[in-house]
Design a protein around this ligand. Structure first.
Ligand SMILES: O=P(O)(O)O[C@@H]1[C@@H](OP(=O)(O)O)[C@H](OP(=O)(O)O)[C@H](O)[C@H](OP(=O)(O)O)[C@H]1OP(=O)(O)O
Ligand SMILES: Nc1ncnc2c1ncn2[C@@H]1O[C@H](COP(=O)(O)OP(=O)(O)OP(=O)(O)O)[C@@H](O)[C@H]1O
Length: 474
């Protein structure tokens, strides 16, 4: 990318979340990730020096590179590089993409003052050597959320041990109007390692994707998922009127996603992949629509090197739960009020480097008293923040059909397809976010208890309506 020759016409709107807006290059396999700010903060942002803004975005990249990448695995994480962009280019770009932005994200504005951004590979595409087939790649993005039930002794609300955070949160989101109907997706089914449960979880995501599932495809005018998928699944049996019935196409698609999520990693002597097992009590959510009595193969666990296992292991660094972390946070707060200069030594706002990583690891031994008091407490909070990042990340799987020759060449686990799996949105969660998380946790539990006590479980889910899945342009 030639930074002095940036032209907004070479870029188009790609997507956005709560904190950043992403544009993709029309020819090259690259995206730019630009930060956003609440519009009312824009005066403050304007006052930020270029150096502060650069530092901020560098912190985000360092966190991904030096903290999340070693924890989640080199092959899944692309940290990108910080770039300084010409201000004219950023301003023009911001005007150009404005009309494409979804209304619900327009409470924030793109940062057009600092000229700093992150340049990353466009993960919705595959390297060209995998594209001998004429059909364009298809990309699925899943934001899986927290995949286990907490077990901390500090938990005061019993329902948190039985119903997962995502399923409880659905009721709060419905009440405050974020979504119109409850999702039947349960993260514990997706993280179960049971193909049966994962299949149901993915089907439920397809039916009510909310912001947990996105599908990227080349022609944005097609509106039917099956119509779009059909050309990718021509090879299988069960042809009906000359083509696959819709249900079979969908089912193949879901199975393909499942195997990508379970793929990767080494095997033991018998050729079975090594597994990550978590205790029985943490893997079943009482609110999941998957009937417990139908679970055939118990708790099979996830292949250790699979993307789901990697994410779950980091999520589980939250072993105290927010109810256990909040009192520690308050003690550190008090300490920092007395000794404000300690903020730097405790790396409350970074830098995210090896020494921060050691602090996170120290969190694990804080209880044995071998670590200095303030460092110990702060490291437990840092550990929680790292887990929070893993609870909010997304998985991107990009599939491309391939022919038999390629299949043999690449030694593929799934005949007919080659794919890449990546993890994105690995930003640090602010230290000051802990009190907000504490309040939110209690709101979620209270709403859940209120709404489920008022109504029988069967009446909670609206009758199946039209699928609300939207396609996103590549
Ligand atoms: O708190 P949650 O679980 O609702 O997660 C937030 C997400 O909401 P979700 O429930 O996934 O729709 C939320 O996503 P949306 O804006 O709803 O798409 C953000 O990812 C938010 O992170 P951040 O504040 O931008 O760093 C997320 O906040 P964190 O809690 O991860 O900080
Ligand atoms: N490297 C990439 N390649 C392709 N698409 C990407 C890439 N990075 C981000 N995106 C797309 O842009 C969207 C927004 O990016 P991202 O999730 O990082 O935003 P965010 O604002 O940090 O999210 P959140 O709401 O979780 O805070 C993603 O959901 C994804 O669809």
């Amino acid at each position: 990318m030639e930074l002095d020759k940036m032209d907004e016409n070479d870029w188009k709107y790609h997507g956005e979340g709560n904190k950043s807006l992403v544009v993709s290059h029309l020819q090259h396999c690259q995206v730019l990730r630009l930060l956003k700010f609440p519009s009312e903060d824009s005066a403050h942002t304007r006052q930020q020096t270029a150096e502060q803004a650069f530092r901020h975005i560098l912190n985000i990249m360092d966190y991904s590179k030096y903290i999340m990448k070693p924890l989640l695995g080199e092959k899944y994480v692309h940290s990108g590089e910080v770039v300084r962009l010409p201000l004219d280019f950023v301003r023009e770009l911001s005007l150009k993409v404005q009309q494409e932005r979804p209304e619900l994200r327009c409470d924030k504005v793109m940062d057009t003052f600092s000229g700093c951004g992150l340049c990353l590979p466009n993960l919705t595409q595959l390297p060209l050597q995998h594209l001998r087939d004429h059909r364009p790649p298809i990309c699925v993005e899943i934001k899986p959320k927290c995949g286990f039930l907490p077990w901390s002794r500090q938990i005061t609300k019993e329902c948190k041990r039985k119903v997962c955070r995502f399923c409880m949160h659905q009721h709060y989101k419905l009440a405050n109007g974020k979504w119109k109907r409850l999702s039947r997706y349960c993260p514990l089914d997706l993280f179960s390692g049971s193909k049966q449960r994962m299949y149901v979880a993915l089907k439920n995501l397809l039916e009510e994707p909310q912001n947990n599932l996105k599908i990227f495809k080349q022609q944005p005018d097609l509106s039917e998922l099956i119509q779009h998928l059909r050309p990718y699944f021509l090879h299988t049996n069960g042809l009906f009127n000359g083509h696959q019935p819709g249900k079979a196409v969908l089912s193949e698609f879901v199975q393909l996603i499942c195997s990508a999520l379970l793929s990767g990693g080494d095997s033991n002597r018998s050729g079975e992949p090594r597994k990550m097992h978590i205790s029985e009590g943490r893997v079943h959510c009482e609110a999941s629509p998957f009937p417990r009595e139908l679970i055939r193969n118990g708790n099979p666990g996830l292949p250790k090197e699979s993307v789901l296992s990697k994410i779950l292991q980091v999520q589980m660094l939250d072993n105290l739960d927010i109810e256990g972390v909040y009192p520690l946070y308050k003690r550190v707060e008090q300490y920092l009020e007395e000794f404000p200069k300690e903020r730097n030594r405790l790396q409350v706002d970074g830098p995210y480097n090896e020494s921060f990583m050691d602090t996170v690891k120290n969190g694990l031994k804080e209880d044995d008293g071998s670590v200095e008091y303030a460092v110990g407490k702060a490291s437990l909070v840092h550990q929680y923040r790292v887990a929070m990042t893993a609870k909010d990340c997304s998985i991107m799987i990009t599939f491309a059909p391939c022919d038999e020759d390629e299949e043999n060449e690449l030694n593929l686990e799934n005949p007919g397809f080659t794919y890449s799996v990546s993890i994105l949105d690995l930003d640090p969660k602010p230290y000051e976010g802990v009190p907000h998380q504490y309040k939110l946790d209690s709101k979620i539990v209270n709403y859940y208890l209120r709404s489920t006590q008022a109504l029988p479980p069967s009446s909670l889910y609206k009758e199946r309506q039209e699928c609300t899945l939207l396609f996103h342009a590549v």
